[in-house]
Design a protein around this ligand. Structure first.
Ligand SMILES: *[C@@H]1O[C@H](CO)[C@@H](O)[C@H](O)[C@H]1NC(C)=O
Length: 443
């Protein structure tokens, strides 16, 4: 948060002025007109038929395939924001409390940064080894903006396979050769992208799938008027945004540094401070958190506002089942030694409750040491952790089950089409817009 303000406020004044004298005035009127056209043609236009209402409201049905995309500005800004994000995410990975690298942060910063680059970069043709490009090919386009955010969303994360490299090093004191480690991480990424490429056919072209968090971002693009217009209502929305940001920033010092107890106000523990059962029911740290309130925004997180209503309900129901029913059951019913081990700990224990010396189970030539295992006995875990693992496996099975039951026929149809290499035939507007671009080759 702290880094976000200076970058943006430096460029803010300048930007408002520069948009006023830019030729975007004309675009604005045009956009207003087309928006009227779209809203009045809502019911009549058969191309909009299959598209859910919320998408029709939020997504612009206009597209200009000639807008600049892979420009110098794109490469510069994505290099900076992907690098920063990858660093922060990887660092977070090793911490108990994480600082998520928000895509909205990238989206807002690059909006101002991109416009600033448009103002300061010379419009010069550059030639590197016969590869020609212009440093500043016109106003910062919405497509550059979207591409930078997309790059950040795929690149500014910690690498999944890194866990193997670091666990080997940290826990088993065995270091991989850097080349092998890099090859392992890259091959994982490529595997992931291959699956994404296959899944595109099933997930991208179907207008019924609305991608809620992408819609949120689309709203922000339109508020920021990345399509070239920054009107009075956008200015008002941005003003509110800066006010809220300043408010949240100042407030965060209270729960974080000045009064840490405000991050977990355990009402039940105040009433009966010395009762173990009450402490378990009322504590938000290692307990059920009944009547536990927080004034710390980072405990609430803003992501809850991005979820559709039905997702929020499902998450809350899962929380009630898990934390208010299953965890107390294992604690009070002493399931899996629920009372012998710290219930929410993520550590491994021996039967006596001490830390499990799992390194001793491995002989010097990296084999399983059966004598040591017989000596230390089986491994125990906190019961919350066990429930988490149980539901982790359930998630996979239920996801496949859900897909099979609710999307099976549709998937089969798409699969047949892809297999026979037929062209897609969805007649809706969004597919028409996407058809202007060449398909990603399957290889
Ligand atoms: C296996 O564990 C036992 C007991 O901890 C130890 O005495 C023995 O040296 C270990 N064996 C090897 C091959 O490391």
């Amino acid at each position: 948060m702290a880094t976000q303000e200076p970058v943006a406020s430096d460029t803010k004044e300048k930007d408002v002025i520069s948009t006023e004298k830019s030729p975007s005035k004309i675009d604005y009127e045009e956009i207003l007109k087309t928006e009227e056209k779209i809203s009045s043609a809502d019911e009549k236009d058969p191309e909009l038929d299959g598209i859910p209402d919320i998408v029709k409201e939020i997504v612009s049905m206009e597209d200009d395939p000639t807008l600049p995309t892979l420009t110098f500005r794109y490469f510069l800004l994505s290099f900076i924001f992907v690098g920063l994000g990858a660093f922060v995410s990887q660092l977070s990975w090793f911490r108990t409390t994480t600082a998520p690298y928000s895509l909205f942060f990238v989206q807002i910063c690059t909006h101002w940064a991109g416009r600033w680059l448009h103002d300061v970069l010379p419009a010069k043709e550059i030639n590197i080894f016969g590869f020609k490009f212009n440093l500043n090919p016109g106003p910062f386009s919405i497509k550059e903006h979207v591409l930078i955010t997309l790059s950040a969303s795929s690149g500014a994360t910690s690498n999944l396979r890194e866990i193997i490299v670091s666990v080997k090093d940290l826990f088993y004191h065995e270091q991989m050769h850097p080349l092998g480690a890099i090859a392992l991480m890259i091959s994982t990424i490529w595997t992931g992208y291959s699956f994404a490429a296959l899944a595109r056919n099933f997930l991208i072209y179907d207008p019924d799938l609305i991608w809620p968090s992408a819609l949120m971002q689309t709203t922000l693009y339109r508020t920021l008027r990345s399509d070239g217009v920054f009107d009075a209502s956008s200015r008002k929305q941005m003003k509110i945004f800066w006010f809220v940001l300043a408010g949240v920033f100042v407030w965060e010092f209270f729960p974080e540094y000045i009064f840490p107890f405000t991050s977990s106000l355990a009402v039940l523990c105040w009433i009966a401070p010395y009762n173990d059962t009450v402490a378990f029911v009322g504590s938000g740290l290692g307990g059920m958190g009944v009547l536990n309130f927080t004034l710390d925004w980072s405990n609430i997180t803003s992501s809850i506002m991005l979820y559709p209503w039905w997702t929020q309900v499902t998450i809350f129901a899962a929380f009630v089942l898990n934390v208010w029913i299953l965890v107390p059951m294992s604690y009070f019913g002493n399931l899996w030694g629920g009372r012998d081990f710290p219930i929410m700990s993520n550590k491994l224990f021996t039967g006596e409750g001490s830390k499990y010396p799992f390194q001793k189970l491995i002989t010097s030539d990296l084999k399983f040491n059966e004598t040591a295992y017989a000596e230390y006995g089986p491994v125990y875990m906190g019961s919350y952790n066990l429930w988490t693992i149980f539901f982790g496996y359930c998630t996979f099975i239920s996801a496949f089950m859900y897909i099979g039951l609710f999307a099976g026929p549709k998937l089969l149809k798409t699969f047949k089409r892809v297999y026979k290499r037929e062209k897609r035939a969805e007649p809706d507007k969004l597919n028409k817009l996407m058809a202007a671009y060449p398909e990603v080759p399957t290889w």
